[in-house]
Design a protein around this ligand. Structure first.
Ligand code: ASP
Length: 342
């Protein structure tokens, strides 16, 4: 049976080609994708293409586009067996993370991919990324989708979307999930690591919850920083602090006073690590005790991208029962590991 895949093209390098007269990159007509990559006709799936009317550099993709993509998948969920999103690489991890929270109880694959070189380039990585992503997007066994989550496929690796970070602007191997296993790898065989795939924990039906709040601020601390400037920022509902190592911050009176003041004003404080691998472990060093004292929320081993979009999704979301902290402390869709402290 030929599986049906909906390919949503949002923009980014993958959809570009070189204008050999001017030497600059321009978007190519995605309606022509089958002519550009005739190998797509050999795949054992049926692909429908839905391009954005205006292809976007991914630095222009944000909450508005996340909602558009999520709702478009929602509208077409029953019609297709899988969804492939072609996206610029710069913010792909943010979009993948946001979609993982918005698409609830997903039972079909939603895979994002892009490329470092344009599809029309001789040395392009776009072709492999696109063709293998289509393979994973249409992979079913016993009439059940093998991948039932939001994933990123890039340079021979299938990765959990909300665990990814773009770590190279240079190499084809641009994405990593330092705190999670690979979900699959493409070599001579296309393999899937079944033990590490996410499965929805309930029998609840798939829904789209596209709630996103933008009253979230992210800040990386540095030695010598004047933290007290935070108290001048009005209406800061969530502050995500990216702190040192396993959760430390300079132990000064002013730090304590500022963070305490923010908490008294009702600001939620989430703590993530500046290290890309490992995560927060409150209490390991005395310079993290301030966070426990003021009731800050540990981001454990979450990526910055995932913590930001999770906070944006949960803040003042009427579809969740319980407090922001209670919900942030849950593993909603495989974005976090809780047992770092042990
Ligand atoms: N600036 C581009 C984007 O993120 C880079 C890329 O696609 O690789 O849209």
């Amino acid at each position: 049976m030929k599986r049906k895949v909906l390919l949503i093209y949002t923009g980014g390098t993958i959809g570009m080609e070189k204008d050999y007269e001017t030497g600059s990159l321009k978007a190519f007509d995605f309606g022509n994708i089958f002519r550009k990559i005739p190998e797509m006709n050999l795949l054992e799936c049926e692909v429908s293409v839905h391009p954005f009317s205006e292809p976007l550099d991914s630095s222009d993709v944000g909450p508005k586009e996340w909602k558009i993509i999520a709702n478009y998948i929602g509208k077409n969920y029953e019609k297709y067996d899988g969804f492939l999103i072609l996206h610029g690489t710069d913010t792909m991890s943010y979009t993948a993370s946001a979609l993982s929270f918005m698409l609830k109880n997903l039972r079909k694959p939603v895979i994002l991919t892009g490329s470092q070189l344009p599809i029309g380039d001789l040395r392009t990585d776009a072709k492999e990324n696109l063709l293998t992503s289509l393979y994973y997007t249409s992979l079913y066994e016993n009439d059940e989708a093998v991948i039932q989550e939001v994933a990123v496929y890039f340079e021979y690796k299938l990765l959990r979307g909300n665990r990814t970070l773009k770590y190279s602007a240079e190499y084809f191997d641009a994405y990593q999930t330092p705190n999670y296993h690979l979900l699959g790898q493409s070599g001579v065989h296309l393999n899937v690591e079944k033990d590490f795939l996410w499965r929805p924990k309930t029998d609840e039906k798939f829904t789209v919850d596209s709630h996103i709040s933008q009253d979230v601020l992210f800040w990386r601390i540095f030695p010598g920083m004047h933290l007290e400037h935070f108290s001048e920022i009005p209406n800061m509902k969530v502050l995500i602090l990216q702190v040192f190592g396993s959760g430390t911050i300079f132990n000064t009176e002013k730090t304590q006073q500022t963070l305490q003041l923010l908490r008294e004003r009702g600001t939620e404080i989430v703590v993530v690590s500046q290290c890309v691998s490992g995560g927060i472990s409150f209490g390991k060093y005395s310079n993290s005790n301030i966070f426990t004292k003021i009731g800050a929320i540990s981001g454990h081993d979450m990526t910055a991208e995932s913590a930001i979009s999770k906070a944006m999704h949960l803040l003042e979301n009427p579809n969740y029962e319980g407090s922001f902290a209670e919900n942030f402390n849950k593993n909603l869709c495989g974005e976090v590991t809780f047992d770092l402290e042990n």
